[in-house]
Design a protein around this ligand. Structure first.
Ligand SMILES: Cc1cc2nc3c(=O)[nH]c(=O)nc-3n(C[C@H](O)[C@H](O)[C@H](O)COP(=O)(O)OP(=O)(O)OC[C@H]3O[C@@H](n4cnc5c(N)ncnc54)[C@H](O)[C@@H]3O)c2cc1C
Length: 260
């Protein structure tokens, strides 16, 4: 680990000011990704600003949506009665107990790992990310491998998830890490059917073919004829592109069946 200056932030404005004063600063949530990255010397920030005292935890039920603070842990989401069963199941399925007790919604979304679960839920429910600068629609947020629409120094404050009529997440977990080999979030949302896929490509994305089939007929059988080309699908020692492409349809069927 390279040397860096450590700061505790006492509000989002305080965090933003400390970042602005740093030569090359970064924020820290639960440190589940950041600390290993620093330990392996894959990053060399001049300053690390800890958000744990910045007042960004909490879950608010707005009636037709739920707003979750960026520093809310996966365990808190998994245990909340204000959160839909679909969203709870996303949080419950992340990593192991330690990761769920330290890892946060904001850290997961900002990190945008290609196999992370939350990005699929944000896209599948048409969520809005609120930062210290603006609101960003989930559809515009996840831009590439570990890339997002966040500007340098921009801090996620919360994510608002609209309620859906029906929704569920189905994930085929990597047996070692529990990250998604492929995960599919399917929803009948206010603006129609939304289907989002994670684990299959460089970052989570909507599935237009799946959405078209399910818009015509919300049923697992509606996906029988749908095939996903393997051209741009991830392949590694855990699964070939063809295997993951096949999993996309299987997980989509399971998500629709679970949503009812
Ligand atoms: C063993 C293991 C297994 C895991 N399994 C899964 C899994 O199955 N599914 C899954 O989805 N994830 C999984 N994760 C990821 C985990 O759930 C965390 O979400 C992820 O590691 C981010 O951790 P964190 O919230 O502590 O953020 P940190 O590690 O503190 O930060 C991550 C990045 O986000 C930035 N950041 C953090 N908060 C904010 C904010 N509010 N605004 C702007 N930028 C911010 C940081 O600067 C940093 O670049 C796993 C992680 C581990 C270590």
């Amino acid at each position: 680990m390279y040397d860096f200056k450590f700061h505790s932030a006492f509000s989002v404005d305080d965090a933003a000011a400390k970042l602005a004063a740093a030569e090359d600063g970064t924020v820290m949530a639960g440190g589940q990704t950041l600390i290993p990255v620093l330990k392996q010397r894959l990053a060399n920030p001049s300053d690390v600003v800890d958000l744990s005292g910045a007042g960004l935890s909490g879950i608010t039920n707005n009636g037709d949506s739920v707003t979750i603070g960026a520093m809310t842990t996966h365990a808190e989401v998994a245990g909340s009665s204000d959160v839909s069963a679909a969203l709870r199941s996303v949080a419950e399925g992340i990593g192991d107990a330690q990761v769920r007790n330290r890892g946060t919604l904001g850290g997961s979304v900002a990190n945008n790992d290609p196999a992370a679960d939350y990005p699929a839920a944000l896209l599948g429910l048409g969520a809005t990310i609120t930062t210290n600068q603006r609101d960003i629609a989930a559809d515009d947020f996840f831009t590439g491998l570990f890339e997002t629409a966040l500007n340098d120094g921009e801090i996620i404050k919360s994510v608002t998830f609209p309620n859906a009529t029906k929704a569920a997440y189905a994930k085929f977990p990597n047996p070692a890490s529990r990250y998604a080999m492929v995960g599919v979030f399917a929803a009948q949302a206010a603006d129609g059917v939304r289907v989002a896929v994670t684990g299959a490509t460089d970052c989570a994305h909507r599935g237009p073919k799946l959405e078209a089939a399910l818009s015509a007929n919300w049923s697992p059988d509606a996906l029988d004829g749908v095939t996903i080309p393997a051209d741009h699908i991830n392949g590694d020692i855990h699964g070939s592109p063809e295997y993951r492409a096949h999993l996309v349809v299987v997980m989509a069927k399971r998500a629709v069946a679970a949503a009812g």
